[in-house]
Design a protein around this ligand. Structure first.
Ligand code: MV4
Length: 649
């Protein structure tokens, strides 16, 4: 077994790989970009090497720098995680040429599966069912149009180098074919530098079911059952589970046999996934699934397989990469119960899932839920920042129980009890999807999320009760913006004080005022509005757990949903305490353009940046002459009250 490995990745997957390495007594080396200097994976590793600036092309995609770091730290092997260099055969060859082991398949296996058309031809020869269609070399319009007619409309044109739905076009009738083909080719050329396409029969009610496979250097290949990843939004997986809902013994046997055959055909070594598209219009049937592609890496959703099999897939990766045989034979691998994973993202579901950024001033996960085993794979902790440079996934939350219903309920409860403040997140969207009646009954057809998007992304309007909790949480805490217990500052209030304090919050553009007075029992009486005669809402000490106060803001949690208010007083207090004056975002938005830089001297009235918010562009100009100490990054998704510019004192 290796004594020391380098992890060529960041975030949750770097943390995940390190966890197993540590358990096995293997030393770890992290690599990081300037933006990740204080990231969890850097802190968790035994050693860490900076490999460049924030953009991925300057850091996590720089194979040479990573190999240099590996050689300098004396590791024996490199684990690529997923994404970045994990499926780059040139990188694998360079790693091997440097005398190191790549913890993953051979460059040959990656190449064999890298292009969809070649992979389908290979699989067809190996006797694996592939999606009916044309995956040959010819690319002439007349030839492809004739093939489309033979296949029968509707057809789907896909880029052979594609992924994530890029270069994909659905064509319903022959007249539309030439234009759709040209569009797909243009898009493929621009995205992948390869304009070649394949044409497939369009599967009308598809499910995405994939089989986890594992191979070793001794010619053994096993499967670890299937996962269902049908719940997708614009080709991004949202919820994954194992086993697939509605799976039966015959279909499972046929799919897992085909997956093992596929891996054997390329002498596959390591963890891999065979993706099938399934026609689920009449249930799951052994003759209605077809190979789509193979992912030659460990996948994001691997934890659901780990939960049902009890197998640590990273441990197996390390063992087979170091030459050991697979730890178990096929008949020793069992599946138990049901596991479901949700991807917690910093994104704004209400604004068409725009990626969000921000500092996670408050982040907490429940450590258990009733009726299910819980697992949280996170790459960040409270106080960390989601930057615009990388994938904004915060964590994966996974629940395992005896049945699917219990696992779904357990996961929804866990997400209800998860609190995030400082960035917009998709918690509410996830719980609404988990509790959707179609989703819950296993109707995972492709269109589900799109069809129900409005209902799934609807955010509750603030009730008086939420406002009262927000007001209470910020009362007396002006100077302790980061205090996690907003009520401790109330000690100074006399028990018999009846005098009320006027408080003010902003919800977007809307001002909310309230009168606050403390009660004998330590609770607060909150009157919304300006009148002492209004019936008060009583907020107790225990309710503090339902709110988080952070610089300039207070967030109230209601199940998986949250409501964030701007606290003008808190913002002023935070600025005064920190010194130097700042310009803050007047509303949530996207930093569209940045026209000034750090250390630049600017004149009063000079445009500094453009914020796109509420579908309009707002130019933020310098309020006075000064020198810029800090400025927001272009592309950043910011909350209202977020700092855009800080001037030097
Ligand atoms: C398909 C398809 C229907 N017919 N291929 C390819 C990329 C992947 N993200 C989804 N892909 C699809 N390929 C044929 N011949 C439908 C999809 C598809 C899909 C499939 C399963 C589950 C969810 C899906 C969401 C969108 C598109």
């Amino acid at each position: 077994m290796f004594q020391k490995i380098l992890i060529a990745n960041r975030g949750e997957i770097a943390m995940r790989v390190m966890r197993t390495a540590k358990r096995m007594g293997i030393a770890t080396v992290a690599v990081y970009s300037q933006a990740d200097r204080r990231a969890q994976h850097v802190l968790a590793a035994d050693q860490a090497i900076c490999i460049g600036d924030a953009p991925v092309s300057d850091s996590y995609l720089r194979g040479e720098r990573i190999i240099e770091a590996a050689l300098a730290t004396g590791v024996e092997a490199i684990h690529p995680g997923y994404g970045f260099l994990s499926e780059n055969p040139d990188f694998v060859e360079k790693v091997e040429a440097a005398g190191l082991t790549f913890i993953g398949p051979s460059s040959k296996a990656i190449r064999a599966m890298g292009l969809k058309d070649a992979a389908k031809r290979l699989m067809e020869r190996a006797g694996v069912p592939v999606v009916p269609g044309y995956h040959g070399e010819t690319q002439a319009l007349v030839a492809l149009a004739a093939k489309a007619n033979e296949i029968g409309f509707p057809v789907l044109i896909k880029a052979r180098a594609g992924g994530g739905g890029k270069g994909m076009r659905l064509v319903s009738d022959p007249d539309a074919f030439p234009e759709a083909l040209a569009a797909a080719q243009r898009e493929a050329k621009a995205a992948f530098g390869d304009e070649r396409v394949l044409v497939e029969k369009y599967v009308e009610t598809p499910r995405h079911i994939e089989v986890q496979v594992f191979g070793d250097m001794h010619g053994n290949v096993v499967h670890l059952f299937e996962r269902d990843c049908s719940a997708q939004r614009r080709h991004q997986k949202v919820i994954e589970e194992a086993p697939a809902p509605g799976m039966n013994a015959q279909t499972r046997a046929a799919m897992t046999d085909a997956a093992v055959k596929a891996a054997q055909a390329i002498s596959y070594c390591g963890a891999g996934t065979i993706e099938f598209i399934v026609d689920a219009s009449e249930g799951l049937r052994p003759d209605r699934f077809w190979f789509m592609e193979m992912n030659t890496r460990l996948q994001v959703e691997h934890p659901v397989t780990e939960m049902i099999t009890g197998i640590d897939l990273v441990e197996w990766q390390l063992r087979v990469a170091s030459g050991e045989p697979l730890p178990l034979r096929q008949e020793e691998i069992m599946a138990n119960g049901h596991a479901v994973e949700a991807r917690l993202y910093a994104e704004d579901a209400e604004r068409d899932f725009l990626p969000a950024t921000g500092t996670l001033h408050h982040l907490s996960f429940p450590d258990h839920v009733d009726g299910a085993r819980l697992r949280v794979d996170a790459g960040v902790t409270q106080g960390d920042t989601i930057t615009p440079f990388y994938d904004p996934m915060i964590a994966k939350v996974i629940a395992h129980a005896a049945t699917r219903v219990e696992a779904l309920n357990g996961l929804a409860s866990a997400l209800d009890a998860t609190q995030v403040a400082g960035s917009t997140v998709n918690l509410g969207f996830l719980t609404r999807l988990l509790r959707d009646e179609d989703f819950a009954s296993g109707n995972l057809e492709t269109g589900l999320i799109g069809r129900k998007q409005d209902a799934l992304t609807r955010i509750p309007t603030p009730a008086a009760r939420h406002v009262a909790v927000a007001i209470a949480a910020t009362s007396g805490a002006e100077l302790e913006a980061d205090d996690s217990d907003p009520f401790c500052a109330l000690a100074g209030y006399g028990h018999f004080t009846t005098m009320s304090h006027r408080r003010e919050l902003m919800r977007g553009e809307e001002k909310v005022t309230a009168l606050v007075s403390s009660q004998r029992d330590g609770s607060l009486a909150i009157r919304i509005g300006e009148s002492e005669a209004t019936q008060p809402i009583i907020v107790r000490r225990e309710d503090a757990a339902r709110a988080a106060v952070w610089p300039g803001h207070v967030t109230v949690f209601e199940g998986a949903d949250s409501l964030t208010f701007n606290v003008p007083d808190l913002l002023q207090a935070a600025d005064d305490a920190a010194g130097g004056d700042r310009l803050r975002a007047p509303m949530p938005g996207l930093v569209k353009l940045v026209r000034a830089q750090t250390n630049e001297a600017v004149k009063k009235g000079q445009p500094l940046l453009v914020l796109e918010a509420m579908k309009m562009e707002h130019t933020i100009s310098a309020p006075h002459d000064g020198v810029i100490a800090e400025i927001a990054s272009e592309g950043a998704q910011v909350n209202d009250g977020a700092m855009l510019v800080r001037f030097e004192e």
